[in-house]
Design a binder for this molecule. Structure first.
Ligand code: SF4
Length: 402
């Protein structure tokens, strides 16, 4: 991969050079927010609520897009990765989760290390990242994951291992009688390169009590990511919205993330995604509309001034909403993925056979520039997509999916 111009760190200055969209220019509230950002300020929860709830939806999207353009111009990022879930057996039963199974369920599984490596094999020459999360297994300790990561690195040293949500790390450390710090240190030495952001849900404990009682609380989620950052393990952060939370609670969530980021600078990317209801146990969920998903993407870009990347996670929101999102503040559409269970069990219909050319064509269809990245956003390659979608990723056998 070659080095390209990627991120403008003086993006606030760049904001002053870009043409202000009419929907922003004609609205005093949005102009006020733009001025705050240009002068080095931060959009607080109060102004955030006003612009989120504003009838000027085009203004919200245009302001977010202006910030995205000031940071990344027309660049939109993706990577070539593979998702492999370790197990769907979980000792918890979060009400929004369609993925977990009890240990005696007919569809429960736990991959052996050999089976995990077998999953990677057909993709090994294409991907440079394996993304792996799973349930909270009742028996596995840190030793299982240390052995797994060592074997992956031994066989596929070029593959970046992005693995384990905060609650998995908490569970493994408790099962192993170790501190979170010592657990992460051992996992890093074995080959863990970064941590995905899953499990943040909404970082307000009264909401967590209703949708995922028993999971780590808000402070623990943030603390575990902070400990990872102190060990130079970068991570992503997420938000599951559209269950029982208020808009204000979504913005409190964003505010908590940026406060931790002020201290650690360890979050690479923020990934907001809406609740999908199939096979879940949350009949009172509100279910986000398309415009609400785009609103959340836009407000995330506007408020999270210290997290570089905002992801439109197409596995959850689908390709159409992803194209709306990359014109409304998002700069990343995740990766090729290849195999996905968590969102597809809950109702996602997003195709799993996209290769880099198809992802590039998706980005190009929005008149934006597709850039292939590595997992930690340090290497980049501009992709000039083919007109034909003739090359496809190899498909795994589907015995565990859907
Ligand atoms: S969301 Fe994670 S912790 Fe909760 S039940 Fe599902 S697999 Fe288990």
């Amino acid at each position: 991969m070659s080095m390209l111009f990627i991120e403008n760190l003086d993006w606030r200055e760049k904001l002053s050079e870009l043409e202000i969209p009419i929907s922003v220019e004609n609205d005093p509230l949005f102009l006020h927010c733009l001025e705050i950002l240009k002068s080095g300020g931060r959009i607080g929860i109060s102004d955030g609520l006003k612009i989120y709830n504003s009838p000027n939806f085009p203004g919200l999207c245009a302001l977010a897009d202006l910030i995205k353009q000031s940071r990344f111009s027309k660049n939109i990022f993706f990577n070539e990765n593979l998702h492999v879930n370790t197990t769907n057996i979980c000792v918890l039963a979060c009400r929004f989760c369609a993925f977990r199974k009890g240990p005696r369920h007919a569809d429960a599984y736990e991959l052996s290390i050999a089976e995990f490596l077998h999953r990677i094999a057909p993709y090994a020459d294409i991907i440079d990242e394996v993304h792996s999360v799973g349930g909270l297994h009742p028996r596995w300790t840190v030793e299982h994951y240390v052995n797994l990561y060592k074997e992956i690195k031994d066989k596929y040293p070029h593959i970046h291992v992005k693995s384990l949500t905060a609650v998995e790390i908490k569970h493994i450390s408790s099962r192993s009688g170790l501190s979170v710090y010592d657990t992460l240190k051992s996992l890093k030495e074995a080959g863990l390169n970064s941590i995905p952001g899953g499990g943040a849900e909404i970082l307000v404990d009264s909401v967590r009590d209703r949708i995922c009682r028993g999971k780590e609380n808000s402070a623990e989620y943030l603390e575990i990511h902070g400990i990872a950052h102190s060990l130079d393990i970068p991570s992503n952060c997420t938000m599951l919205f559209g269950t029982v939370e208020t808009v204000g609670e979504r913005l409190i969530h964003l505010d908590k993330l940026r406060k931790i980021q002020d201290e650690t600078s360890g979050f690479q990317c923020f990934v907001p995604y809406p609740f999908l209801p199939d096979k879940t146990r949350l009949p009172e969920a509100q279910l986000a509309t398309t415009s609400e998903i785009v609103r959340v993407i836009a407000i995330s870009r506007i408020m999270l001034d210290n997290i570089s990347h905002i992801k439109a996670y197409r596995m959850n929101i689908g390709d159409y909403v992803a194209t709306l999102s990359i014109k409304s503040g998002a700069d990343d559409i995740d990766g090729t993925v290849g195999h996905e269970e968590i969102m597809h069990e809950a109702g996602s219909k997003t195709r799993l056979d996209f290769n880099k050319n198809e992802l590039s064509n998706l980005v190009k269809s929005c008149n934006l520039k597709p850039i292939k990245r590595n997992s930690i956003y340090t290497k980049f390659e501009e992709i000039f997509p083919l007109q034909s979608n003739s090359i496809t990723m190899p498909l795994l056998n589907q015995e565990m999916s859907q």
